[in-house]
Design a protein around this ligand. Structure first.
Ligand code: SER
Length: 450
């Protein structure tokens, strides 16, 4: 594989080289923003551009028209995909450079190619995607970007035009957005799925997206309509862990240096091969690693496991990781230990204040795991007994009872059943839920009257 010819560099060096490259070219380095931004439309920061919204909208003057930063991101929408491939993470570090009304398409493409060359990526292994346009949204194809790639010597067969789902970046809701061009690294045909349709955008491991260059031209409103912004900005995002995968010559993000200390300990706790089914085992390991690392960064925001929005994300991460631990045969709390190893592995990426606060995290996770352990044991036993009815579905009422009586989270139960190829009768679940609510209401009224 071509990547093995590259010189392996640490994640910290990648960060330093990225930021130095852009500060050396007139960009002001900003400190990364927290994972939780007051007033944000998302529970957690999902992209490096989020702290820059007032600049991109032209509402505030940026401290410089060229900016760069390392931003922590958490994408809870990806939680179910974690473990299924070599790259998906809920928490990741995004390296970014931004032009707020300064350079445009040509400028950012030239900068990107220069840095990728400095890192040692061979040009012939790079592929790009561009926006094919969308008639229903009245958006034209991004021909100018295609021209720029051709101008850089990219052959047309390595410039792939894709639709709105792949090449029009939005925050998932309202906010600045626009067509993008994504840079992929071809990891070699031997990693491909072999389909004739295999190209960037394919889900197989061959083409790894490493950098997204977004041309912020529009603001999107809650109803989905788009308004043109007063000037064009550029918003880029490079996933640190993915670039580390390539530059360190490993197979997955979970084998990069940021994960190594935790991987070593997890292997001691559960030796490789402990599960008969290797893909089940691999998925379990990846989920544990991803979720524990996410728990570290969510915990560092002062969030504790609980029922409310952000607290429930932390709780869900801990519970899912804990359950995957059972698959690996780990039946005692272990996430507190792993979280500390992640903290050590990421020490250089933490602030001094965060390093001071680290000691509270292991106990917090261990307490949550311990509280959940009994529910998990009971719930898993009950789930083992659930068999599908004549309609092929597992009774929604039984699942609701498991939640109401034993506190077993229904999303986790459904996920476990899905792993066994079983689906839940959700309308039965809803009926049981409504019935339960009605009984509670009547009983509360009686209580009030007496
Ligand atoms: N906002 C874009 C992304 O998240 C580029 O940073 O991919």
């Amino acid at each position: 594989m071509q990547t093995s010819q590259m010189q392996s560099i640490s994640s910290t060096s990648i960060v330093e080289r990225y930021l130095a490259f852009f500060t050396g070219r007139g960009h002001l380095e900003l400190p990364g923003s927290p994972l939780v931004i007051a007033g944000s439309t998302t529970s957690f920061t999902i992209a490096g551009m989020q702290p820059l919204l007032p600049y991109l909208r032209g509402q505030e003057m940026p401290p410089s028209k060229r900016l760069t930063a390392l931003q922590r991101c958490l994408r809870t929408v990806d939680v179910d995909a974690v473990g299924t491939n070599e790259r998906k993470l809920t928490f990741f570090h995004m390296l970014g450079n931004w032009s707020v009304g300064d350079y445009g398409k040509r400028g950012v493409i030239e900068l990107a190619l220069e840095l990728l060359r400095d890192f040692g990526f061979e040009r012939h292994s790079l592929w790009v995607t561009t926006f094919a346009g969308d008639p229903t949204l009245n958006l034209p194809p991004d021909e100018q970007t295609v021209e720029e790639w051709l101008r850089q010597g990219f052959p047309p067969e390595r410039i792939v035009s894709l639709g709105v789902d792949d090449n029009f970046w939005t925050m998932g809701g309202p906010g600045p957005c626009g067509p993008d061009t994504e840079i992929f690294y071809d990891r070699g045909v031997e990693l491909g799925c072999g389909k004739t349709t295999c190209q960037p955008g394919c889900d197989c491991p061959r083409f790894l997206e490493i950098w997204n260059l977004v041309f912020i031209e529009y603001d999107r409103f809650p109803d989905g309509s788009l308004a043109r912004l007063p000037f064009l900005s550029v918003d880029t995002g490079m996933g640190l862990e993915r670039v580390a995968l390539l530059l360190q010559g490993v197979e997955s993000v979970f084998e990069t240096d940021l994960f190594l200390p935790a991987v070593a300990r997890l292997t001691e706790l559960a030796p490789v091969g402990v599960v008969g089914n290797s893909s089940v085992e691999q998925r379990a390991r990846r989920i544990i690693l991803d979720h524990t690392r996410s728990a570290l960064f969510v915990g560092l925001e002062g969030i504790i496991p609980g029922r409310d929005e952000r607290n429930s994300v932390l709780r869900r991460l801990v519970r899912r990781a804990s359950r995957q631990g059972r698959i690996l045969g780990i039946d005692h709390p272990f996430l507190g230990e792993l979280v500390l190893l992640f903290a050590q592995g990421h020490s250089i990426l933490l602030t001094e204040q965060e390093r001071q606060c680290l000691h509270i995290l292991p106990d917090m996770l261990t307490n949550e795991e311990t509280r959940f352990a009994h529910v998990l044991t009971t719930g898993l036993k009950r789930l083992d007994k659930l068999i599908p009815g004549e309609d092929g579905l597992v009774s929604g009422e039984d699942l609701f009872k498991l939640h109401a009586e034993k506190g077993f989270p229904s999303d986790l139960a459904a996920e476990i059943l899905a792993e066994r190829g079983l689906q839940v009768d959700w309308s039965g679940y809803d009926r049981a839920f409504e019935q339960h609510r009605e009984i509670s209401r009547v009983s509360a009224e009686r209580h009030f009257q007496s």
